[in-house]
Design a protein around this ligand. Structure first.
Ligand SMILES: CCCCCCCC/C=C\CCCCCCCCC/C=C/C(=O)SCCNC(=O)CCNC(=O)[C@H](O)C(C)(C)COP(=O)(O)OP(=O)(O)OC[C@H]1O[C@@H](n2cnc3c(N)ncnc32)[C@H](O)[C@@H]1OP(=O)(O)O
Ligand SMILES: Cc1cc2nc3c(=O)[nH]c(=O)nc-3n(C[C@H](O)[C@H](O)[C@H](O)COP(=O)(O)OP(=O)(O)OC[C@H]3O[C@@H](n4cnc5c(N)ncnc54)[C@H](O)[C@@H]3O)c2cc1C
Length: 572
């Protein structure tokens, strides 16, 4: 799916139909409702949008203003946008493409508000595509990227829908207006958890694409002299170029492996939830929110590193890198803004820390929080050993979680309300949550490479890449590891020299490692990243297709430049 979207240049009007509307029916509709809508959606007999965000609220879902008020006399819900800021704003495909939408609205029944719930609303006629009565629709205008997608707005003026259009797999409203509670109020958000998981895969795909482009181009591009009189080397021979690109390449692999874990975890926890066991929901939410935030942020930064590593040609759309950057930037904001998502992970970690302090043995992705010793024993560590590197990341994360949680406790003991203490510690909390996710990605990478069975040499290359990823993380965040003396200055120096060795070790396999992503030219859409390496010929062909080259003398010359030059010359 991610590859298909990339081929389509970051999405079209129907993208959200596939990635959000149809999965929402799958996850939140009853069996009866699925019979009615799922096949229509799967066969694209209807086209849907996921309409949650409003002009005034995106992050704070509980603050949404759209209302769905139950009228028992007709057994209908009345969908209404009471204010300008309640206008649905941003949903992909909502502007011009969709004829249905799942609309998130505050549910009112018997005079009481029960919070945000999902409703199926027809927004355009199936006959002539005109907006349905009471619905005002439009496109929100050009964006940084993804302009093939008509992100739209919608206002509802007391639009009536049948009671059965509330997606009722979890919560229900009976015909007489009685509200039946879901097993967990957060199940209305289950589709967001799913989508955040898919964003981890999208981030991996985007970073894999950028590194494929930059590594291939760095083998075609030759510049400067390494040794006087010798031919210009491929720019990938420069250690600084390797230092820019190989950590991004390693991160792309790490994120693929993390996304596999996420998919498997999502399947197993939602499977248990189907059987009524909600115990895994909190961890699933914390992991998907944190991974979505971490991987998309690193990817956006990494794509820009790849762009700069391609010099001037990287700045051209011919490279494909600006489009990838725009796509990754969208992933940072959509489906839960990254800071807000990382704070959700921090919230879970603080709770887990408190449980661990109270003597509970933690399990799953946070088990290490109870296992790590607060007082480290310093010593000369073997910085080329993967086990040592994983332990260092876990120690760093555990220390930072403890520090943030204790700081918060301290603020509260000084009399601050919990919410104020949270806000004044939120920078520490974010950093702690990032360290936790980073440590998870490192551990998962290390565990995954150990399972490679096909070929000893493949395992060896992936192990080097994993070491490179870990060592880069340690040298980039050296202060965090040095702070309590867990690593010494000598350990950091050793990490730096191992990192240099890893750059040299990965170099001969770099092209094979990007080719292994198996990204076809049609998906990459990059002149610089072509599989055949014929960059310069195609750069020239690409430029010739610029709309400005359609005529030899552009019309703007006759309209503006010629009279301007003429008048300037006349003044001489
Ligand atoms: C996509 C494929 C692209 C492929 C690309 C490949 C290459 C790239 C190239 C080009 C690509 C360009 C593509 C661009 C495509 C973009 C597609 C965009 C699609 C976007 C869709 C959307 O954005 S839909 C709208 C999404 N909106 C959000 O996510 C809103 C975020 N806000 C929230 O989720 C909540 O409001 C928030 C969690 C912030 C707070 O909720 P609240 O109810 O207030 O809860 P709170 O009081 O804080 O906590 C209470 C309690 O509940 C727990 N909790 C919260 N959420 C959940 C949950 N989801 N599940 C479980 N539990 C949850 C929370 O932790 C608390 O627990 P306790 O601590 O009390 O125990
Ligand atoms: C390309 C794209 C596609 C989208 N597609 C859809 C779609 O299909 N359907 C849909 O419903 N929506 C869609 N959205 C909307 C998207 O989900 C929201 O924009 C996103 O959830 C962020 O919410 P916001 O815009 O309200 O940001 P805001 O919350 O206003 O964020 C602004 C700043 O405030 C900060 N902030 C906010 N709350 C807190 C807090 N509690 N603590 C600390 N800092 C905070 C943020 O960190 C950020 O720095 C899309 C958005 C984009 C960009």
């Amino acid at each position: 799916m991610a590859a298909a979207l990339q081929t389509l240049g970051g999405g079209i009007g129907i993208t959200l139909h596939w990635i959000a509307f149809t999965p929402t029916i799958e996850q939140q509709a009853t069996e009866e409702q699925k019979k009615k809508w799922l096949k229509l959606a799967q066969d694209v007999a209807i086209v849907g949008a996921y309409a949650q965000t409003e002009m005034g609220h995106g992050t704070f879902v509980r603050g949404l203003e759209t209302t769905a008020t139950y009228d028992p006399s007709t057994q209908e819900f009345v969908i209404n946008s009471p204010t300008l800021t309640s206008t649905k704003w941003w949903p992909g495909g909502l502007g011009k493409t969709a004829n249905h939408a799942t609309v998130m609205a505050q549910l009112y029944t018997r005079g009481k508000c029960y919070g945000p719930h999902n409703f199926m609303v027809q927004i355009r006629s199936l006959e002539n595509h005109q907006p349905c009565p009471g619905v005002t629709l439009g496109d929100i205008g050009p964006k940084m990227e993804s302009n093939g997608n008509d992100n739209g707005f919608a206002r509802f003026d007391h639009v009536r829908i049948p009671r059965e259009n509330m997606l009722m797999k979890f919560a229900r409203v009976e015909a007489d207006g009685t509200y039946v509670q879901p097993p967990s109020s957060k199940l209305a958000y289950s589709n967001m958890v799913y989508l955040r998981g898919t964003f981890v895969m999208s981030a991996a795909q985007a970073l894999a694409s950028a590194t494929t482009i930059a590594v291939r181009y760095s083998c075609v591009r030759r510049q400067s002299e390494m040794k006087p009189g010798e031919p210009e080397p491929q720019i990938l021979e420069y250690q600084t170029q390797q230092y820019k690109l190989f950590p991004q390449l390693a991160a792309a692999y790490a994120f693929w492996f993390a996304s596999w874990f996420m998919t498997q975890q999502h399947g197993s926890i939602t499977g248990s939830m189907e059987k009524g066991d909600m115990s895994g929901l909190a961890e699933l939410h914390a992991l998907s929110a944190g991974l979505k935030s971490y991987t998309t942020a690193v990817t956006a930064r990494g794509i820009d590193v790849c762009r700069m590593a391609c010099g001037g040609h990287g700045y051209s759309h011919a490279s494909g890198l600006p489009a990838l950057f725009g796509g990754a930037a969208a992933l940072c904001t959509a489906e839960g803004e990254n800071t807000v998502m990382m704070l959700q992970t921090a919230r879970y970690l603080v709770k887990c820390f408190a449980q661990s302090q109270a003597g509970k043995r933690l399990t799953g992705t946070v088990a290490y929080l109870s296992a790590v010793q607060p007082s480290p024993v310093a010593g000369n560590r073997n910085m080329s050993d993967l086990g040592t590197l994983v332990a260092a990341f876990q120690h760093r994360a555990a220390r930072m979680v403890r520090h943030a949680a204790m700081q918060m406790q301290g603020e509260m003991q000084k009399g601050k309300a919990r919410e104020d203490a949270w806000n004044s510690c939120s920078v520490l909390l974010i950093k702690a949550a990032e360290a936790h996710v980073h440590s998870f990605v490192v551990r998962n990478f290390a565990e995954t490479v150990q399972t490679v069975e096909v070929d000893e040499s493949v395992r060896a290359v992936l192990t080097s890449l994993c070491q490179l990823y870990s060592l880069y993380g340690i040298t980039e965040h050296a202060g965090d590891f040095l702070k309590d003396g867990y690593l010494t200055g000598r350990d950091i120096d050793a990490a730096s020299s191992h990192l240099s060795a890893m750059l040299a070790r990965v170099r001969p396999d770099a092209v094979a490692l990007v080719d292994a992503f198996d990204l076809h030219d049609k998906i990459l859409r990059s002149v610089l990243g072509r599989y055949d390496g014929r960059v310069y010929e195609h750069l020239y062909e690409w430029a010739k297709k610029s709309p400005l080259n359609k005529s030899e003398v552009h019309e703007s010359y006759y309209k503006y430049l010629q009279p301007f030059l003429k008048s300037n010359r006349a003044k001489l």
